[in-house]
Design a protein around this ligand. Structure first.
Ligand code: GLU
Length: 474
């Protein structure tokens, strides 16, 4: 089994392409086939090497390894032209000299009659004299592939079951080469080139988005004309936005790059994208790694209906992944982000303890920056913290605590020592323990919410920050 992802390098790796890649990958890893990549770079104006790089990088990041060097479609253009010549010679294709104006007015009159516009095959059977006359006029020509209106195209789609198309619904004879001087062959076009390259690469299963269904019908006719074996097809459901429309750039984040920047992990992204259209077999948790999913991946668990993008689920999965990571791994990922924020960690064991403290409340990797901030920078006092510190007895108790702290010979506060210090302050000041603790939180962290107080205090004490923060509010 050989499958392929055929991205066009006209933009960064899109979530739809990544999900198609994932389904191809899961299928081959389940079946023991090969997952290949073909870069469809024939659109010279829009294709850019940096997009190819971004796409390959993104696939790598998601853990979708491929099995052979990527094929560049543009490297095979002379073979594509040769094949068009072959189709012309065999009478499967012909030159159409109709001008753009002529085609536009043809479509207008079809519309006026309430018909859907399609090419009316007007140049299918030109006589040699007619052709000569068009050439003499200096007309240019496209190459069209003949589509018999009465042909019936049937395939058994691995996701959607029995599929049926009529030749007459495919828009008339299909352009396979762009307009060029009548004696030349213009740039070969998508449907033909895909078929030629899939044959060349020995592709056995074409797995792609359902927006390609009509192309599949056309491509099957090309396989037949070329006398090649027809691969199996699987059309996967589209990814939809919350309104049920196809997810597009207008929905904001669609590029894998952007998800990465937002702090999503590749594990969570790959896990989530698998669930976009595929459901786990009974008894399997929704949090899995793709290796596990590949063991049970089959097309009959792919839904036919579009898959709605669900941020809550993605966030939940990302949090699960972060919570599974060891503090060491989390620290490795966070250190570069902390450096970007201008923070140098004090020492490894301190940083590991900090990561252990904040890790369980992280959803996105970047939460590990915001939550670590008060441990690197003195935080401003939030309104609620100021209110807390103005409670009767709060400051007096903190003053007493600071006094005791200055007399403590410890180098850094351990949490049980901190406990004792708070209890003894409560005893001597007569202020309730609860008030002391809340006020201490307000002073140390500037906020009434946040991680465990005693551990936070201990971390600040270890870097000599606790006394300063206490004294600034007294
Ligand atoms: N280059 C096409 C695309 O990106 C490939 C479609 C296919 O898989 O055949 O949509």
């Amino acid at each position: 089994m050989r499958v392929r992802l055929a991205p066009s390098p006209t933009g960064t790796l899109h979530i739809g392409t990544a999900r198609t890649a994932l389904f191809n990958w899961l299928f081959t890893r389940h079946e023991g086939g090969k997952f290949l990549i073909r870069i469809e770079d024939t659109d010279k104006e829009r294709s850019k090497p940096e997009f190819t790089e971004n796409i390959l990088e993104g696939l790598n990041w998601l853990g979708l390894n491929w099995d052979e060097s990527p094929v560049l479609q543009s490297a095979r253009i002379s073979e594509h032209r040769q094949a068009i010549k072959g189709l012309l010679d065999a009478g499967h294709a012909y030159r159409c000299y109709a001008s753009e104006d002529e085609l536009a007015s043809m479509r207008e009159s079809q519309k006026a009659l309430g018909k859907s516009p399609k090419y009316d095959n007007r140049h299918r059977s030109l006589t040699p004299e007619q052709e000569e006359a068009f050439k003499a006029e200096g007309r240019t020509a496209v190459v069209r592939f003949k589509i018999n209106p009465s042909s019936e195209i049937v395939w058994n789609d691995l996701v959607r079951g029995q599929m049926f198309w009529r030749g007459e619904d495919l828009g008339g004879d299909m352009v396979i080469a762009r307009r060029a001087k009548a004696e030349d062959i213009g740039d070969p076009l998508y449907n033909l080139v895909v078929v030629l390259d899939d044959i060349f690469m020995g592709i056995t299963h074409v797995i792609r988005g359902e927006d390609h269904i009509a192309n599949t019908a056309k491509q099957i006719l090309l396989y037949k004309a070329l006398g090649a074996d027809i691969p199996e097809f699987a059309h996967t459901p589209l990814i939809l936005n919350s309104e049920g429309k196809k997810l597009s750039k207008r929905d904001g984040v669609t590029s894998i790059n952007e998800f990465k920047k937002m702090g999503y992990t590749p594990e969570a992204m790959a896990n989530y994208m698998t669930l976009l259209g595929w459901s786990v077999p009974e008894g399997m948790e929704e949090r899995f790694n793709i290796k596990e999913a590949s063991k049970v991946f089959t097309f009959n668990r792919i839904n036919k209906a579009g898959a709605k993008f669900d941020w809550d689920k993605l966030n939940w999965l990302n949090a699960q992944v972060l919570h599974e990571w060891s503090p060491k791994k989390l620290l490795e990922e966070l250190e570069p982000l902390w450096l970007q924020a201008g923070w140098k960690q004090h020492d490894q064991s301190w940083a590991l303890d900090l990561v252990e403290l904040i890790g369980p409340s992280m959803t996105l990797l970047k939460d590990g920056v915001e939550q670590a901030r008060p441990f690197f920078e003195e935080p401003p006092l939030e309104e609620s913290a100021i209110t807390q510190l103005s409670i009767d007895g709060a400051k007096a108790a903190l003053r007493e605590l600071a006094q005791q702290l200055s007399e403590t010979p410890w180098d850094g506060i351990e949490t049980d020592q901190a406990q004792k210090l708070i209890s003894s302050t409560a005893n001597s000041s007569g202020v309730k323990k609860g008030i002391i603790m809340k006020s201490l939180r307000a002073a140390l962290l500037g906020s009434m919410q946040g991680p465990d107080l005693l551990t936070s205090w201990s971390l600040l004490a270890r870097v000599g920050q606790d006394c300063d923060r206490l004294s600034r509010v007294l």
